[in-house]
Write a protein of this length. Structure first.
Length: 267
């Protein structure tokens, strides 16, 4: 699948919006660069050209054979690349250099020096899970499809405390959530991973992607059950992502408050 989906990002005011480029295919492809374009070649198919200025992020798998020039061109244009494995899990990424670090970085670094930062962060994650579940229930109530009180309590016990929820969206969505989060973090001047006390990693992109993945499944219910894992499914995801972009901003805003409060408790 080589497809670009609608997206809300634009390089400058008045410019055409950037679009994510999905290069998830079962067949080998070669990606090169020529000036300001990516060149995609596949056996038996016409050559495709994608303007770098229009690409927001790229999601690909092991069948994509990248040239060094293509990788360098993507990074030079501020385009993050995310690789998925055969199970649609994000296995790695190539990120452009962050020119100006977010002011939040200093708070993160101080927080990660706390010996018990992992316990504090786990508590924050549980609070965000509860907020995610509550926000979904309120939206559902407005649409007359809210769960009853008993069902909500069961979902609360499973998700808030154990991170468990019904995964009804196609598995590809998990990797797509990760790619969306990586791009959002980059735009905010933040990294996907930070290192804390005793060398423990804070996988910030993974943690936020997990929140987004849960919300995607809660929102969609059984809607995409019959949708094929192709452009149709990708368009379903992108339509949903445009409506939920503010959720990532809300998570980060609450994380900033959490960092400020916890840093005040430094012994």
């Amino acid at each position: 699948m080589a497809a670009a989906a609608p997206n809300r990002f634009a390089a400058t005011r008045g410019a055409l919006p950037r679009k994510p480029l999905y290069l998830a295919t079962r067949n080998a492809m070669r990606i090169d660069a020529d000036g300001n374009h990516l060149i995609l070649r596949r056996a038996g198919a016409p050559v495709e050209r994608f303007p770098l200025a229009r690409v927001d992020r790229i999601v690909c798998n092991r069948h994509a054979d990248w040239s060094g020039a293509a990788l360098a061109a993507c990074l030079a244009h501020g385009i993050p690349l995310i690789w998925l494995d055969g199970k649609s899990e994000a296995v790695g990424s190539a990120l452009p250099r962050v020119a100006v670090a977010s002011p939040m970085t200093a708070s993160l670094e101080s927080y990660l020096e706390l010996p018990d930062w992992t316990v504090r962060f786990d508590n924050w994650i549980r609070r965000r899970r509860l907020e995610t579940l509550t926000a979904w229930a309120l939206r559902s109530a407005r649409e007359d499809r809210a769960p009853d009180a008993e069902a909500f309590q069961q979902m609360k016990r499973a998700y808030v405390y154990n991170g468990e929820f019904p995964e009804v969206f196609a598995a590809e969505g998990r990797g797509w959530c990760h790619a969306l989060v990586v791009r959002h973090l980059h735009l905010q001047g933040l990294q996907a991973r930070y290192w804390g006390y005793d060398g423990q990693p804070l996988e910030l992109a993974d943690q936020l992607a997990n929140l987004l993945w849960a919300e995607l499944n809660l929102d969609c219910g059984s809607l995409p059950a019959g949708a094929p894992a192709d452009r149709t499914l990708m368009l379903i995801f992108e339509t949903w992502a445009r409506r939920r972009e503010e959720r990532l901003s809300a998570h980060l805003a609450d994380l900033k408050r959490h960092l400020a409060r916890e840093n005040e408790t430094w012994p």
